[in-house]
Design a protein around this ligand. Structure first.
Ligand code: 16G
Ligand code: MG
Length: 576
């Protein structure tokens, strides 16, 4: 390790004094202007991780569903999964080391993790564009010579010569980190987060998972999708078109690229494609799920099937307006239900006793859990919030279906299940063969490296087409219990600790008892609180038999949090 070179380069990506960041649920995320040193250092760390695992490691520069001034970075482990927890700690230490201590901290990590520094390293990098180009009429403070507003010619000049999205500069800082430690790299440029996970997985399985190119990704998914939908019984126009809100993010660009690969089976109409609006602003999966209303900028007619991606296209939710103009959200829970019922039917046809499990978090609507367990007879498990926890649990099954209510999710197939299915697709006959072949295509269509809005969308579309289900029929599988989510500001959210997959509070003492007492006063009710992993707040969730009751329970629990966990600012009011 050339410590002098590292010190010298690091000074070009100097850490602002005193800035402390945490590798959270999904990497580092904060204002883009505070991230340069973090990017450089994650380039360094990715090289160490690559040497240690003797594998390609991914670095994704993304703000996910955050506002466009933000950006972020996360590392992708060898099989396309999230970074191992022990390395999350290394990442936090390295990002927070003051400038003069950084080389020593880097050395410490390599010793602690027993990294062989002589080993080669390879890192792949991706980014999604975080700040869209300015539009005519925008005002500018930054470049001093810039006129206050620009006409379109000036705007073009600005685009060509000056405009660099924050993610491009930030990924250059990652590359600086990789090269100073003499790692090799490949820069995929603009990709969705799940596409980068896919690339990492392909590269570390010698292409068995797929070709590690963007075309390879489109070809693999579209082939499986078209085979699944080809002989579909229902092929009316209703099944062939879908409106997609792309959150003004990378999903629009990638779906446009993919459009012609899938056009025989599905025509997509894109909204919030980044030509005007701001990233994740009043649109996208996060907005639609948390506000339970349609995104701005989408024209919806009654009973039309619509969906929203988040900014980096790793989440998806569906929805529609009924004839009375009422909005119906179909979230991750209902997506998991549709997918598991389809998979269960296929398993029945192939007659194999492969086990299937559904993994949810405490946010899963009580009706979905009840439906899965009692009607579909599928075992359901609950983990802490955050994809890595669900992913980990889902690996325990032959077929592990995992979805967060917010639309993050995918399905994992064990090696044994995959081999069995492939064998049946070759050897068996008639209906059994057909079902096995279908399962083979389902395996290819899911991005098993990470939840992926594009891949999930194609799976859902294929299932709806095959089963001849309308969006209303899908929605009618069960009725969500009314629910409410609130946020409470406290002085230190870490005073709240939880157990039982975040469904029970351990500290502060007395809070869980208070929640229990409140829950008892409502019917079909449930409530829990947890410190957010991405914002400086405590989240409150409540559900009950009516919206009014869910609202009032959520308020009462918020008040208990405020009083027992050191609330700051305005006190939540009881009632709604
Ligand atoms: C991150 C997680 C998501 C989780 C959310 C919770 C990944 C890729 N993303 O976005 O799974 O639902 O955080 O946020 O793991 P919260 O802790 O602020 O509620
Ligand atoms: Mg995301």
């Amino acid at each position: 390790m050339d410590l002098d070179a590292i010190t010298e380069y690091s000074a070009l990506h100097a850490k602002p004094n005193g800035l402390v960041l945490q590798y959270g649920t999904a990497g580092f995320r904060t204002k883009a202007e505070h991230l340069d040193h973090v990017m450089f250092r994650m380039g360094l760390l990715a090289v160490l991780r690559s040497k240690q695992t003797k594998s390609t490691i991914g670095v994704m520069v993304t703000a996910s569903h955050n506002p466009e001034e933000d950006n972020g970075v996360k590392l992708v482990d060898p099989l396309g999964e999230m970074l191992a927890p022990s390395w999350e700690e290394h990442a936090t230490c390295l990002a927070n080391a003051e400038e003069q201590d950084m080389p020593r901290v880097l050395m410490d990590i390599s010793v602690k993790a027993a990294v062989n520094l002589q080993q080669d390293a390879f890192v792949v990098i991706g980014r999604d564009t975080s700040s869209p180009p300015p539009s005519a009429g925008d005002t500018f403070q930054d470049p001093q010579w810039m006129p206050e507003t620009m006409d379109s010619i000036e705007l073009c000049i600005y685009h060509v010569f000056l405009y660099t999205p924050s993610s491009e500069k930030l990924s250059q800082s990652v590359i600086d980190g990789v090269t100073v430690l003499e790692g090799q790299f490949h820069d995929y440029g603009l990709v969705t987060t799940p596409q980068l996970h896919y690339m990492v997985c392909c590269r570390n399985t010698s292409g068995r998972y797929g070709k590690a190119t963007i075309e390879g990704y489109y070809e693999k998914l579209s082939r499986a999708f078209l085979e699944l939908t080809n002989q579909a019984f229902c092929s009316g126009d209703d099944y062939r078109s879908l409106k997609v809100d792309c959150a003004n993010g990378i999903g629009a660009l990638k779906l446009r690229e993919m459009e012609h690969y899938i056009s025989q089976g599905l025509s997509v109409q894109l909204f919030n494609d980044g030509t005007k609006g701001k990233l994740n602003h009043l649109c996208g999966a996060d907005f639609v799920k948390s506000h339970q209303k349609p995104p701005e900028g989408m024209e919806m007619k009654a009973n039309e099937r619509c969906c929203s991606f988040d900014g980096d296209a790793d989440r998806i939710v569906y929805y529609y307006l009924d004839v009375d103009g009422h909005f119906h959200l179909i979230d991750g829970d209902k997506i998991a239900t549709l997918i598991s019922s389809f998979l269960k039917e296929l398993l029945l046809e192939i007659g194999e006793s492969l086990n299937i499990g559904v993994v949810q978090t405490a946010y899963a609507n009580g009706s979905s859990t009840r439906y899965l367990e009692e009607v579909m007879k599928v075992p359901v498990y609950c983990t802490k919030t955050g994809v890595k926890h669900l992913h980990h649990k889902a690996q325990e099954f032959d077929i592990g279906v995992y979805f967060e209510a917010n639309g993050h999710g995918t399905v994992l197939f064990s090696k044994a299940a995959e081999t069995k299915i492939k064998q049946l697709a070759k050897e068996s006959e008639d209906k059994k063969k057909e079902a096995a072949k279908m399962l083979e295509n389902v395996i290819d269509l899911f991005n098993q490296a990470a939840g992926d809005a594009i891949s999930d969308m194609l799976v859902i579309e294929a299932i709806l087409t095959r089963k001849g289900l309308t969006v209303q029929q899908w929605d009618a599988l069960y009725t969500d219990l009314p629910n409410r989510q609130l946020k409470v500001k406290v002085a230190d959210r870490q005073v709240i600790s939880t157990t039982d997959a975040e469904r029970q509070v351990v500290t502060p003492l007395g809070l869980q008892e208070a929640i229990n007492d409140l829950v008892k006063t409502y019917k079909l009710s449930r409530a829990f609180v947890r410190p957010s992993g991405t914002e400086d707040i405590v989240r409150v969730y409540a559900e009950a038999d009516s919206q009014e009751n869910a609202d009032s329970l959520a308020r009462a629990v918020s008040l208990a949090v405020f009083q027992l966990a050191g609330g700051v600012g305005e006190m939540p009011q009881p009632g709604f």
